[in-house]
Design a protein around this ligand. Sequence first.
Ligand code: GRG
Length: 309
Amino acid sequence: MNKSAAAEHSAGVGAEAFKAALKSTADAVNAELDRLIPAVSEPEGYVVEAMRYAALDGGKRLRPFLVCAAADLFDVPRTQSLRVAAAVEMVHCYSLIHDDLPAMDDDDLRRGRPTVHRQFDEATAILAGDALLTESFAVLADPATHPDGNIRIALVQELARASGAAGMVGGQMIDLRAAELNLDDAGLRQLQDLKTGCIIACACRSGAVVAGATNEQIDALGAYGIALGLAFQIADDILDVEGSAAETGKATGKDEAAGKETFVSRMGLENAKSYARSLADDAVGHLKAFGDKAALLREAAMFTVNRRN
Ligand code: GRG
C-alpha cells in the first residue's frame, strides 16, 4: 500500500502505539460493560446472559476507542468517557445481533463464535438486542455519565439520531432494499454513511459532547468520523473479498455470493483500496485544529484502511 497523507501525518505515534491504545481501551470498556450489565439469577436472567455473550470479550472496540480518544483531546475523565464508550458499544452490539438474525443476514458466525440466535435462540437474540439498545440510553442518562443534565440530553440525542431511521436503522433498511432500489454511486454512499458512518461519527462527536466542546469542534470530529466510517466500510468490503473467516471471525465472500453491490464490485479492488486511502486522508484533514493531541486519531485512520479483521 502506498504511503498516504494519513500515513505521513501519523508518523509520530506509530501503529504499535495505536494497537496498544486500542487494546487498553478494549480492556477498560470490557470491564465497564461487565459492570453495567451484571449477570442476574432471576427468571429474566437468560436475556442478560445473551446480552453479556454479545457485549463482552469480543470485537475490535473501535467505536469505544474513538469515543475515548476524542474525549482525551479535551482531557475528559476516563470514568465519564468510558460510560459513553460503553453506551455506543451496546448499540453496536445490538445492531450486530439483529443484523445476524435469519430475517436479515442469517449469519452463524460473529467475532469467531456462534451468533447470538445460534447460541441461544431467535427470540432471545431479538430481546437481547432490544435490551442493549435501551440500556445504552439508561447509561447516558445516568448522572454518573456527567453531572450536567444538558450534556446528558445532548449525548442521548446524538446516539438516538445516529442509531434510528435517520441513521443506522435507515441505512440497514436501504441495504435490505438495495437490489430493488437500483442505487447509483451517491445512493450507495448514502447507504454506507447511514449504516456504518453515523454510529462511527457519533462515537467521535460524543467524545467531544461529553467534554462540553464547541459546535465547531464537535462537527470537526463528526466529519472525521463520517470519512473514517466510509473508509472502514470499504475496508470491510475489501476484507469480504480478500480476508478469511479465521481473520475476520465472520463469514467472508458473502457480498459476491449474494450479488450485493459494494464499492469493490463497482470500482474494482485496487480503485476501492485507493478510495479508502483517500477517505482516510480526508478524515485526517478534519483533525488539523487538534494538533499533536490528535495523533492517535490520525493513526486510527491508518488502522482502518490497513486492518485485517
Ligand atoms: C440491525 C439496526 C441494524 C443495523 C445493522 C452494523 C450493522 C447495521 C450491520 C452489521 C453488518 C455490517 C457489515 C455492517 C457494516 C459495519 C460493520 C463493518 C460492522 C462490523 O463492525 P466491526 O468490524 O465489528 O467494528 P467488531 O466485531 O470488531 O465490533
